[in-house]
Ligand binder design. Structure first.
Ligand SMILES: [Zn+2]
Length: 681
């Protein structure tokens, strides 16, 4: 134990975690030690130190030390998941969440912040300092700091049990996903599937030491098969497996999330009740930009109304095309992606696989750095000195125009075994500039693109380019912050329903000709994306946009409903609720066996509970923000500067609404979103 403390690379992390030395056995001793020490140090400060900003900075430093140790543990658990890291993470997790719950209910700390607010010095604080203090007080109150001791204990028990349930939920999804594979030896069964996916299936077969092809339910494997395989039975088999993941219908129920979801909803309902809220949604919205679940439901329902007629038209077109041109009568859910792609190719003669030939990763990265560099006056250079957790990872230094290093990030782009699916940005280090801590922000950018092969770089589909820009938008929000205290710096403290503003904003650049040409080079000819393809891409951009809008609205309404209509005495089955939402919203069919909620990790294992609507909410913000660039010029440096200064750098030092108005000169409007989606309004 002592050795694990003395030589533990998770303690004393200074600017960068040392990935060459961090190992699973360091996790538990570090977390136990730091949590204990933090509690002791905090209590000592509260007992002896004056109620001043200087004391606040000491508290911030304590918190940051623990955060810097925990960040690489949870990161490695997500990207290098194996038994050792999973065990290490699971051993730490209850300690961390218990610590978090204890701190958020610490009446001494609460009194300290109230003391700061009531002190004479408060009037002399900057707006940022004032907001930090009042946000902290609000969050303490949302965490039940005024509960009786008995109820506080109950609160902590519920928080810990929720966090264990989330971990179980997401492990079930991962295990259910990995438990399935199809081993295929006859290439003819895979007719229609593009070479890039076939190469992945071959690679996976090799890894599993068999001949032929190995198909899994991971996104890069599943999506191309469902979209392109001419083999209808194969699509059906995969579709069934994917849509019953982690339910009673797969793996003999070994990874069934039904009871887990029931338990999660019950725990959340108890938590809300304990804090004096009627429903969990009310608790969730208390620190969001949206004001009530009624407002959210109205917002979503309004979008459903505006999109549904167009969605029905799009689906009718798809059915007609499937029947007339592809000879598919009795069209089934596993045909939809396939027909949709064929129709898209026929109407726009463009496919993601055709586009993939134009976007080699190194060129895309250069293009991304170029546009971001020009707009926000920063430069990028690879920083090979930093230690990394995998050979595929790259790290970069970002400088401002004076040549000053302002931030750093890691890019981990490719899918591999043991890495959670999807794409995300996480903060590794928060920006702090206080008397005690001076550190620059560091970000993790994680994607799951098809890896490069022996003799070719990785190529991205246009959708994947969009994903990369999206996550980079989150990264910029974290990295370019000038706020000097961690609770408000970067994306910290930003309202959930506004946090997608910079990311969705960045996506818009992937539809600008000059940006795309700069980052494209055809696999064989090396030519940039030609005009005719660009025109088709633009035309295809809004292909089935109403169907996609409706899908997101379905998820959002399902989420807000299960969290705002929960009846303790008579908990409704979530599958039934989901199907009822579909009746109002969906225009495409879904089979009886579909169990989508069982793998809806965003709301059952992530932070989007009663907050999935945030994606659409933030799209309104990002579309409206980008429309200022459309009005004044996409490369307009003044607009870039204003976006950087009023939004990216501000973190949560002001409310999202204040940031938005400062940039746009008015409150957000919904029209730009509908226009960008090609939906008449
Ligand atoms: Zn995002």
């Amino acid at each position: 134990m002592t050795n694990n403390i003395e030589n533990n690379p998770l303690l004393n992390i200074n600017q960068f975690p040392d990935y060459d030395t961090i190992a699973p056995e360091h996790a538990l001793p570090a977390i136990e030690y730091l949590c204990d020490k933090a509690k002791t140090d905090i209590n000592e400060l509260l007992a002896n130190a004056p109620i001043t900003w200087e004391t606040y900075e000491q508290l911030e430093a304590i918190d940051d030390t623990l955060g810097k140790a925990w960040s690489p543990i949870s990161h490695l658990h997500s990207v290098m998941n194996n038994d050792e890291w999973r065990n290490a993470y699971q051993a730490c997790q209850p300690i961390i969440s218990q610590y978090g719950a204890e701190m958020s209910q610490h009446s001494g700390l609460y009194n300290f912040y109230c003391g700061l607010r009531d002190s004479d010095a408060f009037a002399t604080y900057t707006d940022t300092q004032k907001k930090l203090v009042t946000d902290a007080i609000r969050d303490f109150e949302l965490s039940g700091v005024s509960l009786s001791d008995e109820k506080k204990a109950e609160y902590q028990r519920l928080v810990q049990s929720a966090s264990e349930l989330y971990t179980t939920f997401s492990n079930n999804v991962l295990d259910a996903t990995q438990s399935f594979h199809l081993h295929i030896t006859d290439e003819q069964e895979l007719a229609g599937i593009p070479d890039s996916a076939l190469a992945l299936y071959r690679q996976l077969a090799e890894q599993n030491e068999v001949e032929g092809f190995w198909l899994t339910l991971d996104f890069p494997s599943y999506v191309p098969a469902l979209t392109y395989a001419d083999n209808r039975e194969l699509r059906e088999k995969l579709y069934y497996a994917y849509n019953t993941r982690a339910s009673e219908l797969s793996d003999d129920g070994a990874f069934d999330n039904t009871d887990i979801i029931e338990a999660i909803l019950a725990v959340r309902s108890d938590l809300a009740a304990l804090l004096g809220f009627e429903q969990y949604a009310d608790l969730s919205l208390a620190n969001k930009m949206a004001e009530s679940s009624v407002q959210v439901i109205n917002f979503l329902t309004d979008l459903v109304k505006k999109s549904k007629a167009q969605g029905e038209k799009e689906y009718a077109e798809l059915l007609a095309y499937g029947k007339e041109k592809l000879g598919l009568s009795d069209i089934q859910p596993w045909d939809i992606a396939y027909i949709s792609e064929k129709l898209k190719q026929a109407e726009y003669a463009i496919s993601q696989e055709q586009l993939r030939e134009y976007f080699p990763v190194p060129k895309v990265i250069d293009g991304l750095f170029d546009i971001v560099g020009r707009l926000f006056k920063i430069t990028f250079s690879e920083n090979s000195a930093l230690s990394k957790w995998h050979k595929d990872v790259q790290s970069f230094t970002v400088k401002n125009t004076d040549g000053e290093e302002i931030t750093y990030f890691y890019m981990d782009l490719y899918a591999r075994q043991g890495k959670n699916g999807g794409a995300w940005m996480n903060g590794a280090i928060d920006k702090i500039d206080s008397r005690l801590v001076q550190q620059k922000p560091v970000a993790y950018l994680t994607c799951n693109f098809i890896p490069p092969t022996d003799n070719l770089p990785a190529y991205l589909s246009h959708d994947e380019v969009v994903t990369l820009f999206h996550e980079f938008g989150h990264g910029l929000h974290h990295m370019l912050t000038t706020v000097t205290h961690s609770p408000l710096s970067g994306i910290n403290g930003v309202e959930w329903d506004a946090v997608e503003l910079p990311s969705q904003f960045m996506e818009n650049f992937c539809f600008e000709k000059a940006v795309l040409q700069k980052m494209s080079a055809h696999k064989e000819t090396g030519e940039a994306l030609p005009d005719d393809l660009f025109d088709k891409l633009t035309a295809a951009k809004n292909y089935h946009s109403a169907l996609m809008m409706l899908r997101q609205l379905e998820f959002s309404l399902f989420d807000i409903k299960i969290h705002s209509e929960y009846d303790t005495d008579n908990p409704q089955d979530v599958i039934t609720t989901w199907k009822n939402v579909r009746k109002d919203v969906a225009v495409t069919p879904s089979p009886e066996y579909a169990r989508f909620p069982m793998s809806f990790s965003h709301i059952f294992a992530g932070g989007y509970a009663a907050g999935y609507f945030s994606y659409k909410w933030a799209e309104v913000l990002s579309a409206d923000a980008f429309s200022r660039f459309e009005e004044e010029g996409v490369y307009n440096e003044n607009v870039g500067k204003a976006f950087k200064q009023e939004i990216l750098q501000r973190g949560s030092s002001r409310t999202a609404m204040e940031n938005f108005i400062a940039f746009r000169g008015r409150e957000p409007e919904i029209t730009a979103l509908l226009r960008h989606n090609g939906i008449a309004c």
